[in-house]
Write a protein that binds this ligand. Structure first.
Ligand code: C5P
Length: 409
């Protein structure tokens, strides 16, 4: 592909060098366009060396206008990626301004536009920035927001606003533009459906600074949310504490404990056609959660008393108007037997069993290998990236969902 990479002024501009390197390595042609602000952070020569093309930065550049002027550049682009996209750049794009080369190229192009915001968390959460992003997507169309990530920021704040890591950003960008993605989004077979997905671990508080939890990374649930959204579904993702950016176009509800997850799920479940429980919900919580930090006493032991959490998945499946309900079974042995037992006990339509005793798949890995089990079938699915597996699982879910809809008239 021919990709225009716009780099705007922010401390994350240095990460754009790695993004360009990865795109070139993946066989794409890259033309970097820098704003004035970006040049205060990174030397244009860096991008020239990586992309093999002189950086473009001036709207009225007599030399460039003789060859590939801004309109030709806009036509040349198969897609435009702006990374990092500053708050100022988003505001100028939303306003339709064309007072430098980057904004002019965006305005003059109908190519898909990908923006990877990076800014201080308060700036990202400002209603003005939120309005600008919304307006840009709604009015221009063909806009995908990649990230931002959560975490520690250059300014010392912690929160949403970090540029996605270059490897994750390039992976998402290329996955969204792969032939498979085009074919999948072309049929948009989930348009009109609402999907509720739980993902990540839960935390069960012992006191203000301690909790019980598990190793779930949330990657599988987030990949499923992205896959359903790409196929046209309205997706609500109920997420435990994880370090993952919200997939573009997905509504996210952040929770901490199993009871909060249950409350969030139940508040939206009446709208759901499909429910996927991919979260690793803690089975037990402390009977008493102390409001102050537990102190060491003279005793050598501390007894914890735990009580059972509600089973969210079984609760949804037991509802009168239950959506098509899909569970996950993480097992360390007897995968098929245990998973099928859960399918029956929790009255599910489908369960996806994975072996969590292996280090090369499952919890925290980028990969997974699963068994898809329904009341009448067992289908093994080969080891593959969770992002790809999500598409395959969605195919299986839709096949069963459609078969059931047809049989129930
Ligand atoms: O019984 P087990 O916890 O192994 O079942 C796993 C499946 O049930 C997963 O889909 C998980 O999201 C869901 N679950 C739940 N609420 C719980 C426990 C598990 O929704 N309290």
């Amino acid at each position: 592909m021919q990709i225009v990479v716009g780099v705007t002024g922010g401390i994350a501009a240095y990460k754009a060098a790695e993004i360009v390197r990865r795109l070139i390595k993946a066989g794409h042609e890259v033309q970097v366009v820098m704003t004035e602000g970006a040049k205060a952070f990174v030397m244009p020569m860096t991008f020239q060396a990586l992309s093999g093309r002189p950086v473009r930065d001036a709207l009225l550049d007599p030399q460039a206008e003789q060859g590939m002027g801004h309109i030709e550049l806009a036509r040349w682009a198969d897609l435009i990626l702006i990374a990092p996209a500053s708050a100022n750049c988003l505001a100028r794009l939303a306003a339709g301004m064309a007072d430098d080369l980057l904004t002019t190229v965006v305005l003059a192009s109908r190519a898909p536009l990908y923006i990877a915001p990076a800014m201080n968390q308060v700036m990202w959460e400002s209603p003005l920035t939120a309005r600008n992003v919304r307006q840009l997507s709604e009015v221009r169309g063909n806009v995908t927001v990649l990230g931002p990530d959560q975490g520690e920021q250059a300014c010392g704040d912690v929160g949403p606003g970090r540029l996605l890591e270059p490897d994750a950003l390039v992976e998402q960008l290329l996955a969204l533009n792969s032939p498979g993605a085009a074919a999948r989004s072309a049929d948009m077979d989930m348009r009109g459906l609402t999907v509720v997905i739980t993902s990540g671990p839960t935390r069960e508080r012992l006191d203000p600074v301690r909790y019980l939890s598990n190793d779930s990374s949330g990657k599988m649930g987030f990949a499923l949310a992205a896959a359903a959204q790409t196929r046209g579904a309205k997706v609500i993702l109920v997420a435990g504490p994880v370090h993952l950016p919200t997939p573009a176009g997905v509504s996210r509800m952040d929770i901490e404990s199993a009871r909060e997850m249950q409350e969030a799920v139940m508040s939206v479940i009446s709208a759901a056609d499909i429910f996927i429980g991919a979260a690793a919900v803690a089975d037990f919580r402390p009977v008493l959660s102390q409001s102050q930090k537990i102190k060491k006493s003279g005793d050598q032991t501390l007894e914890l008393k735990l009580e059972q959490n509600p089973d969210i998945l079984a609760g949804v499946a037991a509802l009168d108007n239950a959506p098509f309900t899909v569970g996950f079974a993480a097992e360390t042995q007897n995968l098929e037997t245990y998973a099928r037992d859960k399918l029956t006990r929790k009255r599910l339509r489908m369960i996806i069993g994975n072996n969590v005793s292996r280090a090369d798949i499952g919890f925290n890995s980028e990969y997974n290998e699963v068994l898809v089990i329904t009341p009448s079938s067992t289908t093994p699915i080969d080891r593959q990236l969770k992002s790809e597996l999500a598409g395959v699982l969605m195919d299986q879910i839709m096949r069963e969902f459609n078969a059931l809809s047809r049989s129930s008239g």
